[in-house]
Write a protein of this length. Sequence first.
Length: 186
Amino acid sequence: MTNHSPYHYLDIGNAGEDLVAHWLQSQGWIILDRRWRCRWGEIDIVALYAEQIKDREVFSDGESLILDSPHHPITPSPHLPITPSPTLAFVEVKTRSPNNWDAGGRNAIASSKQVKLWRTAQMFLVAHPDKADYLCRFDVAIVSYQQISTQSSGDKFKEKNLISSPIAGYKLTLQEYINAAFDIVQ
């Protein structure tokens, strides 16, 4: 009888996505969707970052107004830049064991995968036309996992990682988050 781990491939992938979604939220991102699917493929995480600028309002014609004191309720401000458009990140999460065959998932983002993600992102924007004018980018998150040893003598050195979490006998670690990992393919 084979001793199978408590996680199979899909569950480890889901746990990696959970870790990345948690980290993104801690960085101020809003998770709009997880495992969004269409006929072209799936996007692991769709996240939105909209920087809030206090006391400023931007209107649809692009004019920026500053909200002042009661003496000057609304005063145009030529000195403040227009609020940047919100950023929409289509995040591909690669969860791998250490020393795996594809460099931690980096080699799995070949041009064919990029085209698939690009088409899927286009379909997401068609399904959500209110987000069609947002800045869009494709990010890649590299997550590693390894079984936690019951005879561990503790960490001999501190790892430099973004976030890590123990789950069901495994340690998942967000090793790298690559902003705008590839250009939009046409």
